[in-house]
Design a binder for this molecule. Structure first.
Ligand code: NAD
Length: 381
């Protein structure tokens, strides 16, 4: 049954949103009841930054566990919930959040909302906000770090030097100057990487996007095959959705230059990882750098290093084990966003999003304006 918990005023303009930022001190010092906010998947690296932004405005509880159907009841009695990239926001969790826990708003501390069942949120009247942009250059720079480390084989030389081996065989890389970077998805991050490669390294840049952007420094191709065929390094900067799932599979790998480098800092689901491993084994793909992994929620952000072998086996991921064993592969655990600048922007935007929700809540209580279709950059639904 279709339900609307909140009746909203028409969406405010960006200007009003900005002016609300200057009024936030009033909100903090007003007599209004402070919203109760529960933060899931809190890590030590972000806690202080989040506390600084949120604690003066809301009653906040920080929890370490990831949101799952097993942990969702911890949100009971809170108005809003703050989640991270691998929290489970599937149908069952949303239903329980709304029906049993009474949560009315989800503030994502990330840009991608591929883990959110948006239709269920609409059905149960749960509002979802995200952080659409936070220092995109942080992610672009991490993609560049993966490219350079793979090209100059830094992982191998680092481990050799640590074990007392100072030889050079097997470490030959290539000069970046004059090579071609293919950017698939020329949004904020893709364009950032294109700028670094074109202006910093003298590379040629090709791009593919459904919506071409004037600011893109490279040359657009009409189809992705042309980008794949002509690039020495291919970097993916697409959102994950039903059109982009397994965007790179056997056919796409076949159309790449032999020995090309593939970089993915977007979402693991963009790759058919079995086909990618097969391409690496056959030498069709020269190297792979990934910051994201399709089933990362089972293993990323966790430490298994002190577990017994038996305990480790419970979490064992064959595909990740294969990837980690290949010398031409570099995996980082979804850390591309992890800079002080990005974390600060995430915390600030999250605070603004919850403040905006608090105002929507006030408006809903105070007037009868009808619900509008709401779409802006931070509001998902
Ligand atoms: P963006 O929205 O600015 O850019 C995405 C681009 O992809 C847009 O230009 C869009 O037109 C294009 N696009 C969408 N579907 C397409 C398709 N089917 N074919 C071709 N082009 C298509 O997003 P962004 O800020 O550049 O972020 C890109 C992705 O990076 C995000 O979706 C997110 O998943 C990921 N991300 C990862 C991290 C990390 O820490 N690893 C951090 C932030 C974002």
């Amino acid at each position: 049954q279709q339900r609307t918990l909140l009746r909203l005023k028409p969406q405010r303009s960006e200007n009003k949103r900005r002016s609300r930022a200057s009024n936030e001190r009033c909100y903090a010092s007003s007599n209004k009841k402070k919203l109760k906010v529960v933060v899931f998947s809190t890590s030590d690296y972000e806690r202080e930054i989040l506390e600084k932004q949120l604690n003066s405005h809301f009653h906040v509880t920080f929890l370490k566990p990831r949101l799952t159907i097993e942990t969702v009841d911890l949100a009971h009695g809170y108005d809003a919930m703050c989640c991270f990239v691998n929290d489970d926001l599937s149908t069952d969790v949303i239903e329980r959040l709304s029906e049993k826990c009474g949560v009315k708003m989800i503030a994502l501390r990330c840009a991608g909302f591929d883990k959110v069942d948006v239709e269920s949120c609409k059905k149960f009247g749960v509002l979802v906000y995200r952080v659409p942009m936070y220092d995109p250059l942080s992610i672009a720079e991490h993609a560049m770090a993966l490219i350079l480390a793979l090209n100059r084989k830094l992982m191998i030389s680092h481990s050799r030097v640590k074990s007392g081996n100072f030889t050079l065989d097997g470490l030959v890389g290539f000069s970046m100057r004059g090579k071609t970077l293919g950017v698939v998805g020329t949004g904020k991050i893709g364009r950032g990487l294109a700028n670094i490669c074109a202006n910093g390294f003298g590379m040629s840049v090709l791009g593919y996007d459904l919506k071409q952007k004037r600011e893109f420094v490279g040359q657009y191709c009409d189809d992705v095959e042309t980008v794949l065929k002509n690039s020495d390094i291919i970097s993916l900067h697409l959102p994950l959705n039903e059109h982009t799932k397994h965007f790179i599979a056997e056919k796409e790998i076949d159309s790449m230059k032999r020995g090309a480098m593939l970089i993915n800092t977007s979402r693991g689901g963009l790759l058919n990882i079995k086909d990618v491993i097969c391409g690496l084994r056959l030498g069709k793909l020269g190297s792979l750098g990934i910051d994201v992994y399709e089933s990362e929620e089972k293993i990323f952000f966790k430490d298994f290093s002190n577990l017994t072998v038996e305990e480790k086996m419970l979490y064992w991921d064959d595909t990740m084990a294969q990837l980690s064993s290949l010398p031409q592969v570099l995996v980082t655990p979804h850390q591309a966003f992890l800079t002080h600048e990005a974390l600060t922007e995430i915390a600030e935007c999250t605070k603004q999003n919850i403040l905006e929700f608090a105002e929507e809540l006030d408006d809903a209580e105070n007037d009868d304006a009808s619900r509008e279709d709401v779409s802006n950059t931070t509001r998902v639904c």
